[in-house]
Design a protein around this ligand. Structure first.
Ligand code: SF4
Length: 367
């Protein structure tokens, strides 16, 4: 059940510099977002469809059903949205225009997180066009904030934790964009930073955030504590990802292959990993304001890098294949709440996802 939106309030919105470049490529899309998953209809759209007059409105209403969780959805046909035409276009969009779409379809691939009167919006890597745009330019990604009138989802947040997370995120971005160091070293330093800030969060010592954020994490050598054998850890990670709900059965085969491969260093694509990490950091880090678990978000970003870099190894010289591996990962993992809940639960509970195990894998050249 979602909270009701407050319509047309003044708010600050922060977004990555590539955000406004997105436009759906519809029938030219190699992997439509209108198949493979359920579209839950938000209450406002549902009321709109119930009140809509005309012949086409009858068709819309006839295609609405209720799923096992009690959510109203459009009844899928052969695992596809019933409005998706063979041409790859959306019939509802053609008949009634963009504003007729439900909130999920109007927004996707844009994601929004509400922090009181602030929002953060980005593009999801699970859309091939968004992934292409995110990975288009080697220039470091930056963020813009603008004041705007928009719809606010009311959320109660702890301001001191929120500003701690904002400061930590700035430091994390500086670390991850420092190109004097290899990407693995940057991710290790990012994990070390997150571990120290998580300690402050646990001990309720947020006033010490600045001291931690001014430390030079990249200059130091992380002392790896007790850890498990690298092969066992990787087998556990791949086993966990293979146990997730799958949209596409070929995903398992890709994970099987990736598990057996060594990561391959390919010149000139470190900035893509940097953009990938910035994507995860921007999307998830400040959301720790809702559960206080910053370290789990950092570990998710690190384990995602570990899996994705192995998924790419087979076709490492081909940029579109590298981007496709990131997009598939995002679609399979990030776009299933069930999968995200399972992975985060494993990250929080299993010793295999300890910072030391992650750093041990990242710190070895021959992975
Ligand atoms: S996945 Fe992206 S580009 Fe493809 S149809 Fe959906 S929004 Fe458009």
């Amino acid at each position: 059940m979602t909270a009701p939106l407050i319509i047309g309030e003044i708010m600050q919105n922060t977004y990555p510099n590539y955000y406004k470049k997105f436009s759906c490529i519809a029938d030219k899309c190699p992997d439509t977002c209108c198949a493979g998953w359920e579209i839950v209809i938000d209450p406002e759209s549902l009321s709109k469809y119930e009140a809509l007059g005309g012949e086409y409105a009858e068709k819309i209403r006839s295609l609405i059903t209720v799923d096992g969780d009690g959510d109203s959805i459009f009844s899928p046909e052969n695992n596809r949205c019933p409005f998706l035409l063979d041409s790859g276009l959306c019939e509802m969009y053609i008949e009634l225009g963009h504003n007729s779409l439900c909130r999920t379809c109007r927004l996707f691939p844009r994601h929004v997180t509400y922090f009181g009167a602030r929002t953060e919006t980005g593009l999801s890597l699970s859309c091939p066009e968004a992934a292409r745009i995110i990975m288009e330019s080697p220039e470091p990604i930056y963020f813009e904030t603008e004041e705007t009138h928009a719809d606010i989802m009311p959320t109660a947040i702890d301001p001191s934790l929120y500003f701690t997370l904002i400061e930590t995120r700035k430091t994390a971005i500086n670390i991850l964009q420092n190109r004097k160091f290899p990407i693995e070293k940057r991710i290790i330093s990012f994990l070390a930073l997150s571990e120290e800030i998580q300690h402050l969060i646990r001990k309720n010592r947020l006033s010490e955030t600045k001291t931690i954020c001014t430390k030079d994490f990249l200059a130091g050598q992380y002392e790896i504590g007790p850890h498990s054998d690298k092969k066992r850890v990787l087998a556990k990670y791949f086993g966990d990802f293979k146990s997730l709900e799958m949209l596409d059965e070929s995903w398992k085969t890709r994970l099987d292959k990736a598990e057996k491969t060594l990561t391959v260093k390919f010149p000139d694509c470190e900035w893509e990993y940097e953009h990938l990490m910035i994507y995860f950091v921007f999307r998830y880090m400040t959301a720790a304001v809702f559960d206080g678990d910053l370290l789990a978000k950092a570990k998710f970003a690190a384990v995602s890098y570990i899996i994705i870099s192995r998924l790419q190894a087979e076709n490492i010289a081909d940029k579109s294949a590298r981007i496709s591996a990131m997009q598939k990962y995002s679609k399979e993992v990030e776009h299933s709440q069930l999968n995200m809940d399972k992975i985060f639960s494993l990250i929080k509970k299993s010793r295999f996802y300890s910072t030391d195990n992650l750093i041990n894998i990242l710190s070895q050249k021959e992975n």
